[in-house]
Design a protein around this ligand. Structure first.
Ligand code: ATP
Ligand code: MG
Length: 657
């Protein structure tokens, strides 16, 4: 039965899904964990002192005077402090005798194409690149757009910018010329760093022609610095300079000047799932403090022994914070992989885990569901006994996907940390701690120490245990966005206007009977069925828990009887047959799992789902299909032909009651 609250207003968001599985931390991991439950008490007693301790893990040229200056909604952290982010990420490890330690094992997509960079190598490369940027006339505060494949020159370029105080704006290498142009314009970048191309799905994929098209309409761009990666033919024009000409001849010695803790570090445009991308601005001191601390705490990173791999693209915030800044600040050894998980075969990820003896793996639910669809036998062929911690980010992880990940990748040994955060928060905000938390499949569990997150109703009051509503953050945190680049008003309107004095990230959440947090997707996607607010996440998770379903996306479509009705799009598992009564079977399964209120009106079996290039399902396009409208803007889709495949399925999309 759907829980009713007789006599009360309907809840802001219904809590339907029950989950009883629990996974305690492995004893050995708990005994040696970097962070214990004491951290929660320490932060609760004095939040600012807690973040000061975290900041002391970095090397400061000048200590700050004021820990937090809070003029809501504008925060300044570690005011008066000075540090150099690149020095913290690279030089200090060399100075402290760790120059021979590997910073990055880089694995190109073509097999056998690898590079290894120690911290000394990285220091030399960043020094040369910093000298080259200065020779090209880039100085402190200037903006640099970076549009590159996943090659070592990408983090090197970012660190070179950070070193000289230039502000980088990394644009994901899959974006179109017009998307690149609008980001170059918005940030007013004077330099673009790119490559001829990169390898994707077994072949070179060009980048330079896209840059040429974009830059042709950007007169403010003075130079385009081009790395030769694939050796593809490249047209050059007056603005172009080759990396191997300009960077390679520089001295590898470069003095890192300290920058203010509140000087800008980078702008990153959000992925555009919900609307016009926003240029999220991050600064140096607070950002590096929280990315480094959370990487240390959530992944229990032991820099001497761990081999860490985050599979995200550096073009997204996950790559910024957990491939580049957090891991390097902690002196980690990381793996970077250039290509796709199915090249040259569907076991490539597990082959990489086996080859480098990865101990910590951080990936996304969309990837995990894809691996489930491909079959358990693929990971089973590889030795993954080195793994000890598994992470997830990007979307709510369905309980079935969590359990599959734990079992088939983690051999039921490794804790799974489901990390909630977003471009705007800069670093992880809500997550289990692997040595402390008894994990629940599908739950992000608790705000990290020092983070004051809550779930509130539409009046802004905390919901009791067992209740659902809106996720908010009540107090500023070190790595929070400072504003939207060039648009303080949009910053205020977007994040600080829904609830007085609280940051509103746009996500729904529930607090279960134990007080643990579950993320329920974006509030814009919530479905209003017969007066109940039902989250997409819970219905999708119920569908994915059916043995025949690999992936599911649900939307609310206008319905004359119920206001909105639930329309489901499902991809079947490789082995499942599409039978005539699959719709009835799945609808009954959801009704049984969540209650009759959540029973979908329709089930459409589809070959693919529309996803952004970061792998997130774009429900607004499915809503267009479900309501028989022409499909909206598809330019941020990874594959725009997917919508045609789905629309073809529509004639069979009749009501099944
Ligand atoms: P845009 O804001 O332009 O629509 P985006 O929100 O997709 O883009 P990101 O900042 O990369 O861009 O994504 C953050 C969002 O991803 C969060 O607000 C949340 O909806 C979702 N998310 C990330 N991690 C988790 C998680 N562990 N559990 C649930 N949701 C998550
Ligand atoms: Mg967002």
């Amino acid at each position: 039965m759907a829980p009713e609250t007789p006599g009360n207003e309907p809840q802001a968001l219904s809590n339907l899904l029950q989950e009883n599985r629990r996974f305690a931390p492995p004893a050995a991991l708990a005994a040696a964990a970097n962070v214990t439950s004491a951290a929660y008490a320490e932060a609760a007693a004095d939040r600012l002192a807690f973040w000061e301790h975290a900041a002391e893990r970095l090397s400061w040229a000048k200590r700050w005077d004021t820990t937090l200056e809070w003029n809501p909604p504008f925060a300044k952290w570690f005011v008066g402090g000075e540090l150099n982010v690149a020095y913290n990420c690279v030089d200090r490890h060399v100075e402290e005798g760790r120059g021979d330690k590997v910073a990055y094992h880089w694995e190109g997509e073509p097999e056998g194409d690898t590079r290894t960079l120690t911290y000394s190598d990285l220091k030399n490369e960043v020094g040369k690149a910093a000298n080259a940027l200065q020779e090209l006339g880039v100085g402190k505060g200037d903006r640099v757009a970076i549009y590159m494949p996943m090659i070592p020159e990408l983090p090197i370029a970012m660190l070179a910018c950070a070193r000289i105080g230039a502000v980088h704006s990394v644009v994901f290498g899959g974006f179109s010329a017009s998307a690149l142009k609008s980001r170059i314009d918005d940030a007013d970048a004077k330099l673009v760093i790119t490559a001829d191309g990169g390898y994707r799905r077994g072949k070179p994929s060009a980048l330079k022609p896209t840059v040429d098209e974009a830059v042709a309409e950007c007169p403010q761009v003075e130079h385009v610095l081009v790395v030769r990666r694939t050796g593809q033919e490249v047209e050059t024009n007056g603005k172009d300079v080759w990396w191997h000409d300009v960077v390679e001849r520089q001295s590898d010695q470069h003095t890192a000047e300290p920058h203010g803790a509140e000087d800008p570090l980078y702008i990153l445009y959000t992925s555009g799932t919900t609307g016009k991308p926003k240029g999220i601005l991050h600064t140096t001191g607070g950002y590096l403090t929280q990315t480094a601390y959370t990487h240390h705490a959530v992944f229990d990173l032991k820099p001497e022994t761990d081999i860490y791999w985050c599979t995200a693209d550096i073009g997204w915030v996950t790559g910024h914070s957990y491939i580049v800044y957090g891991p390097l600040a902690n002196g980690a050894t990381s793996v970077i992989y250039e290509g796709t998980p199915d090249t040259p075969h569907r076991g490539r990820f597990w082959e990489i885990v086996q080859k480098y003896k990865i101990t910590i793996l951080y990936t996304a639910p969309t990837a995990i569901r894809t691996f489930m669809k491909w079959g358990d036998d693929i990971p089973a062929k590889f030795d993954m006994s080195s793994l000890r911690i598994l992470g997830s980010v990007g979307e709510p992880i369905n309980p079935e996907a969590y359990v599959w990940y734990r079992e088939h990748i983690g051999d039921n040994r490794c804790p799974v940390v489901d990390t909630w955060w977003q471009t705007e928060t800069g670093a992880i905000m809500i997550s289990p701690l692997p040595g402390v938390t008894e994990g629940k499949p599908g739950a992000a569990m608790r705000p990290l120490p020092g983070i004051d997150a809550d779930v509130v109703d539409d009046q802004g009051n905390s919901v009791p245990n067992g209740g659902g509503g809106f996720l908010v953050v009540r107090e500023p945190w070190p790595s929070m966005l400072r504003t939207i680049w060039g648009d303080d008003q949009r910053y205020i309107d977007t994040y600080w206007s829904r609830f007085e004095g609280m940051y509103f990230p746009g996500d729904g959440a529930k607090r279960d009977e134990d007080g643990d947090l579950w993320l329920l997707g974006r509030v814009d996607d919530v479905m209003l069925v017969s007066g109940h607010n039902i989250s997409t996440t819970e219905v999708e998770s119920a569908l994915v828990s059916h043995p025949k379903v690999a992936e599911a996306a649900v939307v609310g479509a206008t319905d004359p009887v119920t206001g909105q009705a639930i329309v489901s799009f499902v991809i079947l598992r490789g082995t499942a047959e599409e039978s005539a009564d699959i719709g009835t079977e799945l609808r009954n399964h959801v009704a049984k799992t969540l209650g009759p209120i959540a029973k979908p009106r329709q089930i459409l079996v589809v070959p693919e789902l529309p996803k952004t290039r970061s792998g997130k399902i774009m429900r607004r396009l499915l809503r267009d299909v479900a309501e028989n409208r022409s499909v909206g803007d598809v330019t941020t889709l990874a594959d725009s032909t997917v919508m045609d495949l789905i629309s073809e399925k529509l004639p069979s999309a009749k009501s099944e009651d």
